[in-house]
Design a protein around this ligand. Structure first.
Ligand SMILES: [Zn+2]
Length: 307
């Protein structure tokens, strides 16, 4: 496996369309913050690429048509706003762009048997029939099902967002060639893990990395063509939505190394997305951006100091 893709490059998908509409909320805004930082403080090997938006046909793989239509048109309002966002006409364009980025990152990672990413967030709570928890379309489930359709033997989701990925389980519960390794620090959106999946809700920071290592050790790379990594940073101790005391930037930097080292050693392609991480008065935007850059730096196999 080429750790840095075919040409020594880690493609990271982003389009201004990700943030061209939708509400003023970190999930819908921070892709731009991270993209801007990659312009002013580049990470060697990382190349921003613009994806195509996910088509309605692709979305129908994971969501009911009535829900897709509601997000597109705003009607009925209850369904259109089930993700918790107030609907506006820009949401559909923003979330299809961001979802398309996940899809292209997954395909590119597999094509190169390497690493790719997308600056997408707000994916794992969306279920088949509705949004939830600031997640509109479930790009993780879509990329996994698309991967199987492309001929992948198996897809492993690694979901380290602070919250549980109940939406992904809702959509993929019966898809036996997709499994998830989910380690949360909040019980929000907890679910009964389908066969072959694991869900751990961590209560002490000391358990966080050992649990990750143990769960990774138990995976069989022979069964996995692609890892889709939901690299949420909301387990960070200063994040007020899901943060756990003792989960420091150092712990998260180590977490990123552990995940990408596992993929590298197992020779499994990996596509990552940003996921959770929310600013507050004592957790400024710059600090959140730096946490997400830890993921990108580890993906590009660069020392965190260079990030
Ligand atoms: Zn979260």
């Amino acid at each position: 496996m080429s750790r840095e893709g075919k040409a020594g490059v880690v493609p990271v998908y982003y389009s201004p369309a990700y943030v061209a509409g939708g509400p003023e909320f970190d999930t819908m805004r921070k892709a731009e913050w991270v993209a801007t930082s990659l312009g002013t403080r580049p990470i060697a090997g990382v190349e921003l690429r613009e994806p195509h938006p996910a088509s309605v046909q692709a979305l129908a793989l994971i969501h009911d048509q009535a829900y897709i239509d509601a997000v597109r048109t705003g009607e009925p309002a209850g369904l259109a706003e089930s993700s918790n966002f107030s609907w506006d006409p820009g949401i559909f364009g923003a979330v299809t762009a961001s979802t398309g980025g996940v899809l292209e990152a997954a395909r590119e990672a597999w094509r190169t048997n390497g690493v790719a990413g997308s600056l997408s967030s707000g994916l794992h709570h969306a279920r088949r029939a509705s949004g939830q928890g600031y997640c509109t379309f479930n790009g993780l489930a879509l990329a996994a099902l698309d991967g199987l359709a492309q001929g992948m033997r198996g897809v492993q989701i690694i979901d380290l967002d602070a919250h549980c990925g109940g939406g992904t389980a809702d959509i993929l519960r019966k898809t036996w060639r997709v499994a998830a390794l989910d380690i949360a620090t909040s019980a929000y959106d907890q679910y009964d893990a389908p066969a072959g999946w694991t869900l751990d809700v961590i209560e002490g920071a000391d358990d966080y990395l050992p649990t990750l290592r143990r769960r990774l050790d138990a995976l069989n790379p022979e069964d996995i063509h692609l890892v889709i990594y939901n690299a949420g940073m909301d387990s960070f101790e200063k994040c007020s939505t899901g943060g756990l005391r003792g989960i420091t930037a150092e712990v998260l930097a180590e977490r990123e190394r552990v995940v990408f080292d596992w993929c590298h050693e197992a020779e499994v392609a990996v596509a990552f997305v940003l996921a959770g991480g929310y600013v507050n008065s004592r957790f400024p935007k710059e600090e959140l951006v730096n946490l997400h850059r830890l993921t990108i730096a580890a993906a590009a196999n660069r020392p965190a100091a260079a990030a």
